[in-house]
Design a protein around this ligand. Structure first.
Ligand code: GLA
Length: 520
């Protein structure tokens, strides 16, 4: 270590000397001064500020400390705080690797850079083969962007049930289609569409704004909205005037997933703000909390907001979003959660949707009125799956008693997509008042039968074909544990069908479903 350090200094000196033969005197002086300065020139807090279109900035911080040939410190990118674990070089050219534990897995970032004048010119790439992204970092005040100290955890206790979401929440969420391109005008027009196109009549109620509405905080610590949402209270009033409800998004960490302001240390204050605005639903996304707290500490952290929401006395549905870690279904209800995500983010793709949907079987015992497993929002109508696949999506989510949160642009969808989202027969299954989640009762290769008990002794049955070719499924009532005579309704044809007998074959299209309701 030491030998290399001295070596480096000699090398730098030699470079300065060589360059000085060709450079104007002022620069040579600058170089020499830098060499002689008592503190290392890389030391300090560096910020790369990228403006968002909403008046906020996405800032990456490099807090660097050069000690001999080593650079230590931290890197913050959106919600992630990395510790610098490896480094080479110095001001004239360095490479650093940041590392953090995210639950049980390690995340890494790599930056290369050099000091140019008073700025840090840096570049990063996700994978070694990617083209590097170039950035310029400038000096930032010490402490800006730093990880705040850990707040103590409350003792665990059972948060009283808020009495909401007796059936799985239905509505819409901005993220899948709009991501950061969501604003007041879009939310209003989505509300108009939902109120008028038959969705509200079909049971869709919540209009949920996801990440990127936030700005910073005022001097009293009150959360501010950014330019895209000039007046959240007025927006809530508008949505309420349509007979709909408004939802919002935050994180228990200092930052949200998209790097916006989180609720850390302001939980009660934010809950009060939401209530004052007229918010009816909160999605609370782990994100930036992961550097401060371990997964094992999640229940206590989620309990803080569960309590805070109750304290406002406003009915606010509480949606936990922590990707199903730590078997959230076992404790989600105890911390006041009405629903909890059971998986990572869905994508508008058959693989993603089917892997998530068909992977929920073990979680059935944990769903009950007021407390639901949430396999993520719908992708129906976003364009990358076929109508058959979207019908499977809708059917499967309803078999699972999953929240039905549309994620497409409700203002311009085809009649076919609208018909899928508003299939009242399928929605009735999802919203069944007994709130029992369906289970897989039969499987052979790519064909699966799922069954869901419904109120009054009826049940829903989904015959799914996960293969890319049409399949004939022989349905034996003995296989699915029933006997006797049943009235059978096809929930996509919307009609009762003649059922030949306790053993009969049906044809299911590729990636498709036949969904039935059996009753006496
Ligand atoms: C996470 C969540 C998504 C969405 C984004 C927003 O990825 O799982 O549903 O809320 O954050 O940044």
């Amino acid at each position: 270590m030491h030998a290399r350090h001295h070596h480096g200094q000699h090398f730098q000196f030699a470079v300065a000397l060589t360059i000085s033969l060709f450079l104007p005197a002022t620069l040579v002086v600058a170089l020499v001064t830098a060499q002689q300065s008592p503190t290392e020139p890389l030391n300090g807090n560096w910020a790369v500020r990228t403006p968002n279109s909403d008046g906020t900035f996405r800032t990456t911080y490099l807090n660097l400390k050069q000690e001999g040939a080593r650079i230590t410190g931290t890197i913050r990118v959106t919600q992630f705080y990395y510790r610098i674990a490896e480094s080479t070089g110095g001001p004239e050219g360095f490479a650093i690797t940041g590392s953090m534990m995210d639950g049980k897995s390690e995340r890494k970032v790599q930056y290369e850079g050099k000091l140019v004048g008073g700025e840090l010119h840096i570049s990063t790439r996700r994978r070694p083969t990617d083209k590097p992204t170039e950035m310029v970092a400038v000096r930032a005040p010490a402490g800006e962007g730093a990880l705040p100290p850990r707040n103590p955890l409350p003792a665990l206790r059972k948060v009283p049930d808020n009495g909401l979401a007796r059936t799985p929440p239905m509505g819409w969420n901005s993220w899948n289609k709009f991501a950061s391109r969501i604003d007041d005008a879009t939310v209003r027009s989505i509300g108009d569409a939902m109120a008028n196109n038959g969705m509200k009549a079909a049971g869709y109620l919540y209009i949920n704004i996801d990440d990127t509405w936030e700005a910073g905080r005022d001097a009293k610590g009150n959360i501010q909205t950014n330019k895209k949402f000039p007046d959240m209270k007025a927006l809530a009033d508008y949505v309420h005037s349509k007979g709909l409800k408004l939802g919002i998004y935050s994180s228990p960490g200092p930052n949200t997933c998209a790097g916006y302001e989180g609720s850390y240390g302001h939980e009660e204050q934010d809950a009060r703000t939401y209530a004052a605005w007229g918010i009816d639903y909160l999605k609370y996304d782990w994100c930036g909390a992961r550097t401060l707290y371990t997964d094992e500490e999640m229940p206590a952290i989620y309990q803080i907001m569960g309590d805070a929401l109750l304290k406002t006395k406003r009915p606010i549905v509480y949606s936990l979003c922590q990707y199903g870690r730590l078997d959230v279904w076992k404790w989600g209800a105890d911390v006041g959660g009405n629903l909890w995500r059971t998986t990572g983010d869905i994508r508008d793709a058959w693989d993603s949707m089917s892997r998530i949907g068909f992977g929920q079987n073990e979680l059935a015992p944990w769903a009950k009125p007021g407390h639901w497993n949430d396999p993520d929002m719908l992708e129906i109508g976003n364009g990358a799956m076929t109508e058959t696949e979207y019908k499977t999506h809708m059917s499967l989510w309803s078999m699972l008693a999953a929240p039905l949160l549309a994620g497409n642009d409700l203002r311009n969808m085809s009649p076919e997509i609208l018909a899928i989202l508003t299939n009242h027969d399928v929605i009735a299954v999802d919203q069944d008042k007994d709130g029992k989640q369906g289970k897989q009762v039969w499987k052979s290769g790519d064909q699966e039968i799922w069954s869901r008990p419904l109120a009054g002794g009826a049940f829903a049955m989904g015959v799914f074909n996960r293969a890319t070719a049409e399949a004939k499924v022989t349905l034996k009532w003995s296989d699915i544990g029933i006997t006797g005579k049943w009235r059978v309704r096809d929930l996509w044809l919307h009609q009762d069908i003649e059922w030949p007998g306790p053993q009969s074959s049906i044809t299911v299209p590729p990636h498709g479903v036949v969904m039935l309701r059996l009753s006496h």
